[in-house]
Write a protein that binds this ligand. Structure first.
Ligand SMILES: Cc1ncc(COP(=O)(O)O)c(C=O)c1O
Length: 377
């Protein structure tokens, strides 16, 4: 596989920031550029082709997740999906929900916004060493929903969805998964995972433009959401504008009221096709190897505190570390001086390579961190 052709970014930068926004692979860029050229030359005359690309994306994305097409909706972003669940669920007075302390705001704010004297929101402190234990302890008879991010944005910790889903289902609660740091990085198969809602945006590990998210819902869970928005595009015969019998469809299309992000659809369709053309087990193995190399290298540096677990079952594409008494900003400065791009999250530096990241770039990043750690204070 010639990664230089598929991911030209590797020739210019060491991009260790896929957990923020990914560079577009060449086939994604080409699909977007073709769409732009077509629009400039002939406007929407190719609309029928656009719809065919949309259908290709729906089929590809469903296959990618082990889902049925009918259970997948295309939303604007992860936050929208989580908000639709929080605002739409058939909550009753006295209900409770469990979510994770310190999670990304999109997976906290929609829950916090529920009326406090109506739904009790239990925000469980997150424990990197046994992340499920506290959550399971908080599950009691009033809990209707457990919301987690399957891979944490701030530590890279990967949660055990089977353990969580089984416990949630045992008390009749739903498991909601923000999978934006998971989809495209490691496999997630909704046909076997005990999950009820999965939502993940396009612009990180899915390697596509911003402005789209995959929103999967189990039919029994979906039926429990009130329709909060409606519009013309929810029906299979959506161009029959004169029909009088508008009823909310059973399928996940009920979450798609109007015109979609067609430019993004062209990019995401190409990105998912690219991801599917490379064996998912191979991609996962390569990614975990790279995060493993980073952890091993950081472990050899005195003063570095690694936050991400070394157990490959407990991590994905993110490695976070605190550079002792050094300023994480200084580490980022050194990295970017060497054309290596990463991020700071809280007190930590966050490195997020991808399966295609050249081994030499991992080494270069470790050298840059070492240079800061050994610099005279
Ligand atoms: C865990 C997590 N959830 C949600 C988001 C935001 O997603 P979106 O912009 O698609 O709503 C991020 C972005 O960094 C994230 O890391």
């Amino acid at each position: 596989m010639n990664y230089r052709e598929l991911f030209p970014v590797v020739d210019r930068h060491a991009w260790l920031n896929h957990a923020a926004i990914s560079p577009w692979p060449a086939p994604v860029g080409r699909a977007m550029a073709n769409f732009v050229d077509q629009n400039i030359a002939q406007g929407p005359l190719g609309y029928a082709e656009w719809l065919a690309t949309e259908q290709r994306l729906r089929r590809g994305a469903a296959e990618f997740l082990g889902a049925r097409d009918d259970d997948l909706a295309l939303l604007k972003n992860t936050s929208e999906g989580l908000s639709l669940i929080a605002a739409g669920l058939d909550w009753q007075p006295g209900d409770a929900l469990v979510c994770c302390g310190g999670d990304f705001p999109s997976n906290l704010l929609p829950w916090r916004q529920l009326l406090p004297d109506f739904v009790e929101v239990l925000e469980v402190p997150f424990d990197n060493d046994d992340p499920e234990a506290g959550l399971l302890q908080a599950l009691d008879a009033n809990v209707r929903l457990l919301a987690v991010s399957s891979v944490r944005y701030d530590s890279g910790v990967r949660l055990d969805l089977h353990r969580l889903g089984q416990a949630a289902h045992a008390i009749g609660a739903l498991l909601v998964v923000d999978a934006i740091q998971h989809l495209g990085a490691l496999p997630l198969d909704v046909s076997t995972a005990p999950v009820d809602f999965v939502v993940g945006g396009s612009h990180k590990w899915l390697l596509a433009p911003e402005g789209l998210a995959l929103f999967w819902s189990r039919p029994s869970a979906r039926q429990r959401l009130k329709p909060l928005q409606t519009g013309w595009r929810m029906w299979p015969d959506m161009f029959n504008f004169e029909r009088g019998d508008w009823r909310q469809p059973e399928s996940a299309r009920r979450f798609e009221p109007g015109t979609l992000n067609m430019a993004g659809i062209h990019g995401l369709a190409a990105a998912i096709e690219l991801l599917q053309s490379i064996d998912p087990e191979f991609r996962a193995e390569q990614l975990l190897q790279r995060t493993g190399w980073l952890i091993e290298g950081l472990e050899r540096m005195p003063g570095v505190e690694i936050i991400t677990p070394s157990d490959p079952d407990r991590r994905a594409g993110i490695v976070c570390f605190i550079p002792g008494r050094r300023d994480p900003g200084d580490v980022l400065k050194q990295l970017s001086a060497d054309s290596i791009f990463a991020a700071k999250r809280g007190p930590a530096v966050r490195l997020s390579p991808n399966f295609y990241t050249p081994e030499a770039q991992i080494g270069k990043a470790l050298e840059a961190v070492k240079a800061v750690m050994t610099r005279a204070a």
